[in-house]
Design a protein around this ligand. Structure first.
Ligand code: NAG
Ligand code: NAG
Ligand code: NAG
Ligand code: NAG
Ligand code: NAG
Ligand code: NAG
Ligand code: NAG
Ligand code: NAG
Ligand code: NAG
Length: 433
């Protein structure tokens, strides 16, 4: 199933996609961008036919390209409705089990003829199978491109630095091409219009200059570098950085980064909403680097070796919705730690501290009125469960498994827990009334 749009962000394309899925598969969605009597240009039609010739189209997905003369009406194509120029080429593949699709991804070669589409601003070839070939260098010459999506398309080899010439690019998605690498990310720093970058699961193990390159992308709001084997930050590079970016979402999970990444993050933006550093090599106490990130809503530092507790600087985080610190070596008194989340009392929905060494007894949690998930399993909590837990009327998940809690559990503990879906309290010393 693939679909086309004129322009706009990835959210737009998702919405259009959903609309298309809702219609019967036989109906072409590709006429969305074309209308009236504007026809496509002969030169562009010719270029598209050449492009088609390079592809192996096993399931004959492009059959409509023969019968219809106006290439603006072809599947996957959209044109400017005033000029008839081809603006969008959406060949992303996605298997749709509900439509019992017999389609298979395209294979083959990406033809240079795309260079004859001078107004192309959207190119999506994601999830096709380019059989371990390189990302073509000429893509760097499609100078009008605003969105380039080549996710999961089985490319191999280095990213061609020519992509750095795409100065109008807003969205670059190279996600999931595991054997694509980049030794040097200098080319990235030229993409001065970039808003969204996804290079998750590329091999960036040699890209030592990544902090400098990324901090030059001043309009970037979303950065996904999950499992890229990023090398540790060289602290000296921080002299280049001056809270220069607009970054709001950062995913650096599973990169083996050490704690100096905290300082890069603190310096690169104060507008963060989501930060993910799960599965890195963070050690020592959680530093005070988050204290000026007043919009921070979600922070995931799970599966590291962090020590200490939830620091006092978290008292500034009044928008926090989700805090996940699972599987670290945090070993403070639970009451002191939770106290430091007091400003998030009206926002916090998820508190996940599983698998740490928190000790002491649970404080009164009734103020955290939005709490939906409270997971404190596998710690060293003792004392009794405060009855105020029963006031958490939004609570859906409560786990206290494998602690040393004791005392009597009564009806009062469940007084307002009408939304509770999952309750786990085994491996404690409770007696139940
Ligand atoms: C032409 O395209 C523009 C921009 O995509 C859109 O806003 C407009 O409604 C379209 N006009 C027609 C007649 O389809
Ligand atoms: C831009 O493309 C030219 C060739 O068209 C190439 O020589 C140059 O290195 C490219 N610049 C970048 C930053 O990639
Ligand atoms: C990533 O690239 C480096 C150097 O090119 C190589 O040594 C390493 O094995 C690659 N990593 C993976 C997971 O393929
Ligand atoms: C971007 O990367 C993340 C992993 O960091 C992945 O889960 C996500 O699906 C990617 N987004 C797109 C639009 O491909
Ligand atoms: C950092 O920002 C300050 C004030 O915003 C400015 O005066 C200074 O020149 C900047 N430094 C660098 C290295 O850009
Ligand atoms: C992190 O790694 C860098 C590069 O190897 C090193 O210079 C730095 O001292 C390390 N920092 C910490 C806190 O371990
Ligand atoms: C980076 O952030 C840390 C912590 O907020 C601060 O101490 C340090 O001075 C900053 N470094 C630069 C170069 O801005
Ligand atoms: C939380 O803040 C209090 C001061 O309010 C401080 O004494 C305590 O050490 C902090 N907790 C942790 C785990 O750092
Ligand atoms: C909980 O454990 C701590 C030390 O681990 C101990 O000092 C404290 O007395 C215990 N509290 C209760 C109520 O058992």
């Amino acid at each position: 199933m693939f679909f086309s749009i004129m322009s706009g962000g990835s959210m737009h394309s998702v919405l259009v996609g959903l609309v298309c899925l809702a219609i019967a598969s036989a109906i072409s969605c590709s006429s969305v961008g074309s209308s009236n009597n504007i026809m496509c240009l002969e030169s562009e039609r010719h270029a598209l036919l050449q492009f088609k010739q390079g592809l192996v189209d096993k399931s004959n997905a492009l059959a409509s390209w023969k019968s219809e003369k106006d290439c603006c009406k072809w599947r996957g194509i959209a044109c400017n409705n005033q000029t008839g120029h081809v603006t969008s080429l959406d060949f992303s593949f996605s298997y749709d089990p509900y439509l019992n699709s017999i389609e298979v991804p395209f294979r083959g070669e990406i033809s240079h003829s795309l260079l004859e589409l001078p107004y192309l601003n959207y190119l999506d070839l994601s999830y096709n199978d380019f059989e371990g070939t390189m990302i073509p260098k000429f893509i760097g010459s499609l100078s009008q491109l605003k969105e380039l999506k080549l996710a999961g398309a089985n490319f191999r080899g280095p990213v061609p630095p020519q992509l750095g010439n795409l100065s109008n690019l807003h969205t670059l998605d190279l996600y999931g091409n595991q054997v694509v690498s980049s030794e040097n990310l200098e080319w990235l720093s030229h993409l001065s219009s970039l808003r969204y970058l996804n290079m998750s699961q590329l091999n960036l193990s040699e890209a030592v200059n990544w902090p400098e390159s990324l901090s030059k992308l001043t309009l970037l709001t979303e950065l996904e570098l999950f499992m890229c084997d990023l090398p540790d930050v060289n602290l000296r590079s921080l002299s280049f950085i001056n809270s220069s970016t607009s970054l709001q979402l950062l995913d650096l999970c599973y990169n083996s980064l050490n704690s100096s990444i905290f300082y890069w993050i603190a310096n690169v933006s104060s507008k963060f909403i989501h930060i993910g550093l799960q599965g890195d090599q963070l050690q020592g106490p959680i530093p005070d680097v988050f204290k000026s990130m007043l919009s921070l809503a979600s922070l995931d530092l799970s599966f590291n070796q962090l020590e200490g507790g939830i620091p006092k600087s978290f008292q500034n985080l009044c928008s926090l919705e989700s805090l996940t610190l699972r599987s670290n070596q945090l070993s403070e008194n639970i009451e002191d730690s939770i106290k430091n989340l007091s400003c998030a009392k009206n926002t916090l929905e998820t508190l996940d501290l599983i698998g740490n060494l928190f000790w002491g007894s649970l404080p009164d949690l009734a103020r955290f009125s939005m709490l939906r998930e409270l997971n404190l399993a596998a710690n060293q909590l003792n004392g009794s469960l405060p009855e105020s837990v029963g006031q958490l009327s939004s609570l859906e998940v409560l786990s206290l498994v494998q602690n040393s809690l004791s005392g009597v559990i009564t009806e009062a503990h469940f007084l307002k827990l009408s939304r509770l879906q999952s309750l786990a309290i085994s491996n404690n010393h409770f007696s139940i009334n």
